[in-house]
Design a protein around this ligand. Structure first.
Ligand code: AMP
Ligand code: MG
Length: 328
């Protein structure tokens, strides 16, 4: 009897060891990107997480004809679910903080440049002016009701939706008792807890000139969101000029701030995502000024001329490259 107990105990230990060191893993395509989910826990939780990602995608997608955002953009008004409303409010908060560098009403410009349909082209000045006249998050401020939005512009949450989704998944997993998870939703990485083997998480920062290679990596333990925005992620060339997908709402053109990419580290996924887009538009000087008056994010800036600049709080995490520390 004693022996049997010992054997079953060993089995339990072995099983526990298995779930602790080998995560349940899933790769899916959603929100227009490849996503990887690794959860140290029950496989059904990964399935639940995938369902939640697909549900949010179906609400927030700008191109899915059944989404709430599509309905709002088509009809000029729509009833919004609590999720879509919540994200819109978060998006506007980032717009306010960044003086409109992040702007969820940017969609007419995204369309003018053809970035939604893979029909990218430089728009005519008339098309740009017409699009710009519809852009401006301030125009949305008194249009927002808890259940219904009416708006004559058009909304694109593509600069913040993946980060929001990653945060939602991490919150869900945590509520189910999961202690460790790793999510990679396109350029958005979010971790929950520390690795069971005690090793650090290691997340590479893509080299803008050779995105399949890393210029360095961030090593850290615990829960964190890391989001990169870069001109190299989506672009087209016309007459020898490169045009990328992150637009400066003030000029209507692709942001030209001297940055090749920005990686934001924060504890909230939506904030990290919104800010990475915004800081890329703002450029290093304004972005650094914002960082100095904030205490909820850190950043790694890669400049177009090859420089690497890191805010003080992230400097100790960055390895395998030479960089300049930005001090408070
Ligand atoms: P991200 O990769 O998170 O920086 O988001 C880029 C996407 O956000 C683009 O493909 C557009 O759909 C949208 N976008 C472009 N420019 C802006 C902007 N200034 N503010 C908010 N969203 C933007
Ligand atoms: Mg973003």
């Amino acid at each position: 009897m004693k022996k049997l107990c010992a054997i079953s105990l060993l089995l339990v230990c072995l099983l526990c060891g298995c779930t602790e060191s080998v995560p349940a893993e899933r790769e899916i395509f959603a929100m227009d990107t490849l996503m990887t989910l690794r959860v140290w826990g029950d496989d059904t939780l990964v399935s639940d997480a995938v369902s939640e990602i697909n549900r949010l995608d179906a609400l927030l997608s700008v191109t899915n004809e059944n989404s709430e955002i599509f309905a709002l953009n088509r009809d000029g008004e729509a009833e919004l679910s609590a999720d879509t409303y919540d994200l819109l409010v978060k998006a506007i908060a980032v717009s306010r903080r960044t003086d409109g560098a992040f702007d969820p009403t940017v969609y007419p410009l995204v369309v003018a440049w053809g970035f939604t349909k893979d029909e990218q082209h430089v728009p005519t000045q008339e098309a740009l002016d017409a699009a710009r006249s519809l852009v401006g998050y301030e125009r949305l401020l008194n249009r927002l009701d808890v259940t219904c939005v009416s708006f004559d512009g058009r909304i694109d949450l593509g600069g913040i939706a993946k980060g929001y989704t990653a945060q939602r998944i991490v919150d869900f997993l945590r509520s189910k008792g999961v202690e460790t998870a790793f999510l990679s939703l396109g350029g958005n990485v979010q971790t929950l807890g520390s690795k069971p083997d005690g090793e650090a998480w290691v997340v590479g920062i893509a080299d803008p000139d050779r995105p399949s290679q890393a210029i360095g990596c961030l090593r850290f333990s615990g829960s964190l969101a890391l989001v990169t925005s870069g001109g190299y992620q989506r672009y087209f060339d016309e007459n020898g000029v490169r045009y990328h997908h992150i637009l400066d709402p003030k000029t209507g053109y692709p942001a030209d701030s001297g940055l090749a990419s920005v990686t934001v580290l924060a504890h909230d996924g939506a904030l990290a995502d919104g800010l990475s887009t915004a800081l890329f538009v703002m450029g290093m000087e304004k972005a650094t000024a914002l960082w100095r008056e904030s205490d909820d994010f850190e950043a790694v800036f890669l400049t177009e001329d090859g420089g690497i600049f890191v805010t003080e709080g992230a400097a100790s995490l960055l390895r395998d490259c030479e960089f300049t520390v930005i001090e408070r």
